[in-house]
Design a protein around this ligand. Structure first.
Ligand code: MCA
Ligand code: AMP
Length: 505
């Protein structure tokens, strides 16, 4: 049987040309495909030296860099389970992930090492090493000193490649377990479906701690043996300056909104672009239309989630319809059901359920939570409310889950409410997403204070600094005397959303 290690699949596709460039990070360096094998082998040697074996977890909270990509590939190659964390997470958030995933190794930035190493020791993590985007930190020093020979770990398709944490409606983050086969099949499907070619050049401005930037974008390029213009973050000027060198860009809707706001964004910049792809959050139809007018390109919108990678996509050839997320990808079956799981006829609104080789292996150490998200016949309940037309085209019309998507990051109100409610002087709170011209939705908290408390919007936000990453903190806090409730006592968030609808208009 052939090795199902995803790294082996990539390695087989690397171009033979020694000059073939993989990552072009401009001043931050370049990496050729020919160098990947040696660098990842040295990293595997270091992982082994640190005691990391197959199925051990490696938690990584480092800035986006070529080295971070090599570390990801090295973990695949070693058969270790890669767990990337958002760089904005505070120490208290990181502590949760370390305790939950029990890694053998934690890799973090030097600047945070003193604080995080103490935390890791507290969480019984045996090893901590630093890695910096500029090549500093202990990690690279130690790896470079090691021999570059390490075999690719022999794996089964069901072996885990990564655990990606996604917040939950209960406020506790859940680790979605993704196998080598989950990632490999989804990557191959996207590669074919989006007509990826070796001479495609990917403009990469997404973070690499989520499915979108780490898997969807990088895996397509790796399968193509293609070049990636690898940017540290989304900076509108930099993206515009590089568009003429790229053929494909993947982004969240905020990227497209920001490009349209820039007066230099003109059709000639996009003349040899092949594809603009959007996902992670709904792309407003008005942005779709305005983008076509300004660039001559119809954005290809696709839809996915951490637990399943990419699920549907508009076609490359064929109609890309604004406001729809296209058709289930090859190999993925989709149906629409009511809350009880009764399958509904085409055209009716319900929750999207799916099966396919892309669907994850369950939540790390949460078998009951996993069971709740699957139907007895094995279909995964996405929690997205959709309609599916007779021809299979899917339109997302809402969410059954209480979720806010801000700039492509998913935030669960429950987690934010729990932190606000723990602050002194707070009686209760409700957190909602309110339309925001740049981020799509912005976190807004509606708070009732204790009768004797003296708290303000500023004091509440200050109180959250060490508890929640900045992007989760409310952009506005509204103080009210009471929250609207229905006859069952449940907070009516729809009324709050309506009341504060124009806050960021
Ligand atoms: C940054 N800030 C945010 C966000 N990003 N606040 C709310 N929502 C955000 N998304 C805050 C910072 O905390 C900071 O606050 C201020 O905004 C400026 O920070 P900066 O880092 O300069 O922001 P930025 O560079 O302008 O970032 C905005 C961004 C970025 C480019 C939209 O968030 C981004 O790259 N988003 C992509 C997320 C993504 O990859 N999602 C894919 C998930 P302060 O000034 O107060 O300190 S995967 C997924 O969803 C599924 C599987 C799928 O289908 O893809
Ligand atoms: P995550 O929890 O980060 O995996 O995000 C997954 C969720 O993002 C999905 O369940 C959807 O609610 C949402 N999502 C992803 N892509 C799209 C899209 N193109 N349109 C609307 N929502 C999307």
């Amino acid at each position: 049987m052939s090795n199902a290690n995803l790294y082996a699949l990539f390695r087989d596709r690397f171009p033979n040309d020694p000059n073939a460039l993989f990552l072009d990070a401009a001043d931050a360096g370049r990496l050729h495909y020919a160098e990947v094998s040696e660098q990842t082998a040295q990293m595997v040697a270091l992982l082994r030296q640190l005691g990391v074996q197959k199925a051990d977890r490696v938690v990584v909270q480092v800035d986006k860099s070529i080295h971070a990509v090599m570390l990801y590939l090295a973990c695949l190659r070693a058969g270790a389970i890669f767990i990337p964390l958002n760089t904005a997470y505070t120490a208290s958030e990181v502590g949760y992930f370390l305790r939950d995933s029990m890694p053998r190794l934690f890799v973090c930035a030097s600047a945070k090492q003193a604080e995080l190493a103490a935390l890791a020791a507290d969480c019984q993590v045996p090893k901590v090493l630093s890695m910096d985007a500029d090549g500093g930190g202990e990690w690279l020093d130690q790896a470079r000193a090691l021999p570059a020979y390490e075999p690719i770990a022999e794996l089964d398709g069901d072996d885990l490649a990564a655990i990606l944490y996604t917040s939950g409606t209960t406020g506790r983050s859940k680790g979605a377990m993704l196998s080598h086969a989950n990632l490999a099949t989804n990557a191959q499907v996207l590669f074919e479906h989006w007509h990826w070619q070796q001479d495609d050049v990917l403009l990469h401005a997404l973070p690499i701690f989520h499915v979108h930037g780490l898997f969807v974008a990088l895996h397509c390029a790796l399968l193509g043996g293609s070049r990636v213009l690898f940017m540290p973050r989304f900076d509108t000027d930099q993206v515009i300056a590089n568009l003429t060198r790229a053929t494909v860009m993947m982004g969240v809707p905020t990227f497209y909104t920001r490009l349209l706001e820039h007066s230099d964004f003109q059709p000639d910049l996009c003349a040899h672009m092949r594809l603009f792809i959007s996902g992670s959050a709904p792309l407003p139809a008005a942005i779709h239309a305005e983008f076509e007018r300004r660039s001559g390109h119809r954005i290809l919108e696709r839809y996915g989630m951490t637990e399943a990678g990419m699920i549907t996509s508009n076609p490359v050839d064929g109609k890309r319809i604004a406001g729809t997320v296209g058709f289930p990808l090859p190999g993925i079956s989709a149906r629409v059901a009511d809350e009880q799981g009764k399958v509904l006829p085409a055209g009716q609104t319900g929750v999207l359920e799916i099966t396919g080789p892309n669907v994850f292996k369950g939540y790390w150490q949460m078998p009951e939570k996993t069971m709740q998200e699957f139907r007895p016949d094995g279909w995964f309940i996405t929690g997205d409310i959709v309609t599916m037309a007779e021809d299979g085209r899917v339109t997302i019309v809402g969410r059954a889950k209480d979720l806010i998507i801000s700039g492509g990051f998913n935030l669960y109100p429950k987690e934010i409410e729990t932190e606000i409610d723990a602050l002194p002087g707070v009686k209760e709170s409700a957190v909602i997403g309110v339309p925001h011209p740049d981020l799509g939705e912005a976190v807004t908290a509606v708070v009732v204070a204790d009768s004797t408390a003296d708290i303000s919007e500023a004091s509440l936000i200050a109180g959250l600094q060490d508890r929640l990453a900045r992007f989760k903190q409310p952009k506005r806090v509204m103080m009210v005397d009471q929250l609207p409730r229905n006859s069952m006592g449940k907070v009516q968030k729809n009324i709050l959303r309506e009341t504060y609808r124009d806050t960021f208009a």
